[in-house]
Design a protein around this ligand. Structure first.
Ligand code: PLP
Length: 398
């Protein structure tokens, strides 16, 4: 009998009851805007920022409208303007080069390794081309952060971390987002906490945070922030910084607070699912798994494997055969960007040289979401289906 998977790759878990109750309370009060507070009340948004800052050990935190907004604000807060260059990953998702383009700056792409992390040799070779690295921890794979910081420090490159896929993760015990000067996170539905849309920016730098708060649209109400520098930090900045509105509201903050408390437990559940997938796909001919270094603590909300040096038709055949059995795989090597799988040569607003080593990897990456609504049995079944189809196609093409 041919097994078929019938679950959904895009179904998230419900918002915890506590979050639903808190959201109802915000709606009953009618004070959804973060600066609309009753006497003595602390806005949900301000409380969330304090709690998130504490969870990653950052001095300051700002909650914003999206992860993409956080990245754009981070670049602006560092003083980047039109024509400036920013190093970033060739393997990432569209909001990353998009955030760079949103300030009129130009991405300089850095290659990807077989382990799906940024290629540190390529980074070292290009480090003199820009003052900022927008480092995307794409699909939750963390590069050797100590080695990366050594390269960036030696070249005077300021690091912003895109932690859309690494909220709750760590390298060598340091929370993701805390190696760089600024960490950016997303709370969009498919990330590790879910408010539909939303994001955070964290830093220990008072000036950067004062700018980010003004940018986000705080009018002159920055004193209502709690995970923020003292008002002296705003003395000049409040006059000099344009308002590019992108605040978070109290409704989203209310549903995020309980999810943040659950994050570590959720991460453990994600990783159990990951290990089942990994075990099920170990030793499949033609299929390469990424290795996870001991120093990396990851949160596996998705799963990747590589079909290295396969012909395009053979990869397509695997994807089609798996789809027929209910397993939705995405391929980063397709000729046309589809769904979330665009890559550096799809972003044609950027002039970029071909990167042959990176093209080889990109054309091999197969990706799937790992929602927490999958049981461990579901993951074992999905792995069995992928294993059978990869082996079938591999043997036929050998
Ligand atoms: C989702 C995502 C972002 C930011 O996303 P928003 O949808 O703007 O919150 C940034 N980087 C990566 C890699 C992402 O997947």
């Amino acid at each position: 009998m041919t097994e078929v998977f019938t679950g959904s790759f895009t179904q998230q878990e419900p918002i915890p009851e506590e979050g639903i109750e808190a959201a109802l309370a915000v709606m009953r009060g009618g004070r959804l805007h973060r600066y609309n507070v009753a006497d003595g009340e602390i806005a949900q948004t301000a409380l969330l920022e304090e709690e998130f800052a504490a969870s990653v050990g950052a001095k300051y935190c700002l909650a914003v409208a999206s992860g993409g907004y956080a990245m754009g604000a981070a670049l602006r807060a560092l003083g980047l303007g039109p024509g400036g260059k920013v190093l970033t990953n060739a393997f990432t998702l569209a909001p990353v080069p998009g955030a760079i383009a949103s300030v009129g700056a130009i991405p300089v792409f850095v290659g990807v390794t077989e382990n799906l992390t940024i290629d540190l040799d390529d980074l070292a070779a290009k480090a003199d081309q820009a003052d900022i690295l927008m480092l995307s921890h794409m699909r939750g794979h963390l590069a050797d952060m100590d080695a990366l910081m050594a390269i960036c420090d030696a070249n005077g490159v300021t690091v912003i971390e895109d932690c859309a896929h690494t909220m709750g993760a760590a390298w060598n015990g340091v929370p993701s987002g805390r190696y760089g000067k600024i960490g950016c996170y997303s709370t969009q539905t498919y990330k590790h906490v879910n408010s539909g849309e939303g994001g955070f920016l964290v830093t220990d730098d008072a000036e950067v945070m004062a700018r980010a708060i003004m940018l986000s649209g705080s009018y002159m109400l920055f004193e209502r922030h709690r995970a923020a520098p003292p008002s002296e930090a705003f003395a000049q900045i409040k006059y000099e910084t344009p308002n590019v509105s992108g605040r978070m509201d109290n409704l989203r903050a209310a549903i995020l607070r309980p999810q943040l408390r659950d994050l570590a437990a959720q991460a453990a559940r994600w990783n159990e699912r990951y290990r089942v997938m990994e075990e099920g796909l170990t030793g499949v001919s033609g299929l390469t798994l990424t290795t996870r270094p001991d120093k990396e603590y990851f949160v596996a909300s998705s799963f990747q494997f590589l079909l290295l040096d396969w012909a395009d038709e053979a990869v397509n055949e695997v994807i089609t055969r798996c789809a027929k059995r209910g397993v939705e795989l995405k391929w980063f090597g397709g000729a046309e960007p589809a769904g979330f799988t665009s890559r550096y040569d799809s972003w044609r607003y950027v002039e970029a040289d071909r990167m042959p080593k990176t093209d080889r990897i990109l054309s091999a990456i197969v990706d799937m979401r790992l929602p927490l609504t999958f049981s461990l049995e579901d993951c074992a079944l999905i792995a069995r289906i992928i294993r059978q189809e990869v082996e079938t196609v591999y043997q036929a093409s050998a």
